[in-house]
Design a protein around this ligand. Sequence first.
Ligand code: GAP
Length: 426
Amino acid sequence: MQKIVSLCKRRGFIFPGSEIYGGLANTWDWGPLGVELKKNIKQIWWKFFVQDRDDMVGLDGGIIMNPKIWEASGHVAGFKDPLVECKKCHKRFRPDKLEDSSKCPDCNGEFAEEKMFSGMFKTIIGPVEKDGITTYLRPETAQAIFVNFKNVLDTSKAKIPFGIAQIGKAFRNEITTGPFIFRTLEFEQMEIEYFIAPKANWKKVFEKWLDDLYKYAEIIGLDKNKLHNNEISDEERAHYSKKTVDIEYEFAFGQDELWGLAYRTNYDLSSHEKASGQSLEYFDAKAGEKYIPHVVEPSLGVDRTVLAVLCNAYNEEKNRTVLKLDNKLAPYKVAVFPLLANKPKLVKCAKKVYNTLKQDFNTAWDARGNIGKRYFAQDEIGTPYCITYDFESLDDNAVTVRDRDTLKQERIKIKELKNYLDEKIK
Ligand code: GAP
């Protein structure tokens, strides 16, 4: 894990949050390469689950919403953890996560009585704090989907069964955090609420979604032997769920939850109908009846997906460290080098190749050091192809293309590069 964290910092994937001010525990910032990797993971998810399907539409709801939403959803009452506070150092811990819950693991101090603490961050709307409205930063993106269910129905041709998908930030005042970006205070979710009739066979729908999650895992190149299903017990399930299966992944630090799949019944829509006084019923013309739909919810953490992808891709070989990222995920698809940086003709021609490829692929330029060092650097960030423009290129209008994984080098005509890379990357 430590090697992955250090590569992420060194190469500009992920930085510790607020670093020049001494940092802020469990917050992270995404660097130039991390942001590309994360964007690719989200784009592939959106294409696979929304754009390629006829039964899905998208939404982008607010992070700050009416606090009544969080009361109706059950989060104000239920999104809490039992914590114990040390009387001496005042640090708080989850007793179920302590090896010895009789004393503080940091200072051996005595604990005060166990209390429930909200996992939601509060914020105040309005210029005067005491007169402002207190609301919460959303702890899940899902509620924006439920409260917009009617708006989506009224403005789209959606017919049950159908789903609404959303990607966005969520915030949790987590007490146990880490490792690295696994559990943080601020993270992104890719969530779907898939609406079905109350009489539909939800177990079948659930199984189909489980299959689709495994298909997505395959598309982003995760090793399927490292994925495991964990059905959550009645005692541990969230307040809204009748069945939850966590898909766990064998991360570099151990096996833990990657994504979740839950059957939320009609809990949320019913609660919002009751609390808002607005009908959230659906008229099913085919069945000739009105009902409040039920939902199956696949919920994926973006940050955790990035972490799984990084753990999956990280390889140490004899003379190099290489991120064997799926080509679709790699921040740069290709890097272009002039063989020598002090030969203006080579640099000029190599730049021309770079500028042409840039129009179709995210392309890196590197003219520092020698070729070996450039390969080393591109391997560490997972660039699948490196192109060198050399003296021969001036005569044969071809370049050397080196494959990150096989290390094989091929001579390819410059005019054929686009097709060559299109073939390899798509
Ligand atoms: N809407 C359902 C929901 O939020 P969850 O199991 O609490 O369910 C779903 O969260 C996913 O969000 C998790 O499987 C995980 O990938 C991600 N996630 C949850 N809490 C997180 C945190 N503190 N840091 C990073 N990712 C988190």
